[in-house]
Structure formats: structure tokens, C-alpha cells
Design a protein around this ligand. Sequence first.
Ligand code: 5GP
Length: 202
Amino acid sequence: MAKGQLFIISGPSGVGKGTIVKRLLDETDVTFSVSMTTRKPRPGEVEGVSYYFVSDEEFDRTVEEEGFLEYAGNFGNRYGTPLAPILENLESGRDVLLDIDIQGALSVKKRYPKGVFIFILPPNMAELRKRITGRGTETEDSLNRRLGKALEEISYIDKYDYCIVNGELDEAVTRAKAILVAEHSRVTEDIYKLIDTYKEEV
Ligand code: 5GP
């Protein structure tokens, strides 16, 4: 059976990545990689679905056991991608989607260069500012910090395979789905095997 593919989506905080990811989970067969985090759940977030919410001690233990594909610190909290479920899903032929920050994506690229790296961009900085402010959780200081970080993160776009400008949501989702489909249309080992069966028939 063909192995699944690993898709990594990242983009600056507030770019609307979460909404695109949710639509992909609803509308395609891709499996979400649930990360572990030491941050507290936000209203509406569900344990084991949004994240595994863990203590610092449990996070440390997983690091020691080499249970993460990658892990990183963000705004004072830590986030990690559990390795075992990803390997299991890919082996079973299921595509896996990671929603992780740029730092994490770069680590994944080193360990798993076959991954497909997708960057989500805002249509412009004014819109990003508006979206971050719209969450209502930011002070002026943390807003500026996030915008500064966004610009720095965008400078890593050359490490990515695809980028999607998230101006209009439906358009962005259509493009993301198109990437998933395109990546399953590559000339791979499986295609050579298929062609071998043609030869047997001629
Ligand atoms: P939030 O706290 O808003 O859910 O996420 C903050 C940032 O952490 C987002 O950019 C998100 O993509 C990133 N993130 C979530 N899970 C992981 C992970 O497992 N590893 C890394 N490196 N970043 C993550």
C-alpha cells in the first residue's frame, strides 16, 4: 500500500491557518496531528482534539523519551509534535497534517525532507493586524511583538514548497485542497510499479 504523505502548514499567528486547517479536516481524508502543549486550554478547545494539554513535567518526560518529531517554545508555552501516531498513520497510508510554527516546520524538514511544506500568508499587514486585534486578547505590546515576529517568520518562506495568500477563505481552502491532490499525482515508485504491470499485459 502507498504510504501517506506528511503535510506541514505554518504561517504567522493570526493569519487564519486554524480555519483553513479545520476546513481541510472536514472536507478531505487528511488526519490531524494533535500536538502536546503546556499552555492552558482556551474556551471551546477539547483535550485530545485541539491539543493534549499537559504539565511541564509530562512535556519534559516526552522530550526525554524522544517522543517528539519536533518541539518548540512559543510565547512562553511549549508545543511538541508526537512522533508515534504520525509514523503509524503514514505507514497505514493516511495523510497527516501538522499545524505547527515555522521553527517547528524547519526542524521537521531536517528530519523528514519528503514532507510537503505549505506557508499561509496574510493578504497584507493591515489585515493581519486587524485579525490579531479581533481576537481581543492582545495588548498593544504583544500585538507589536506578534507583527514583528510575523515579518521575521515570512522571511523563511523559501524553505517552503507552496504558499497560499489567505485573502478570501474559500479560495484559500480550494488551493490547499489542490495541493493535497497535486502531491498525490507525482511520479513515484508506486507509479513505476503500476507501469510494470502494463508491461506484463503487452
Ligand atoms: P496556539 O497557542 O495559538 O494554538 O498556537 C501557537 C503557535 O504554536 C501556532 O503557530 C501553532 O501553529 C504552533 N504550534 C502548535 N502545535 C505545535 C507543535 O506541535 N510544534 C510547534 N513547533 N508549533 C506548534
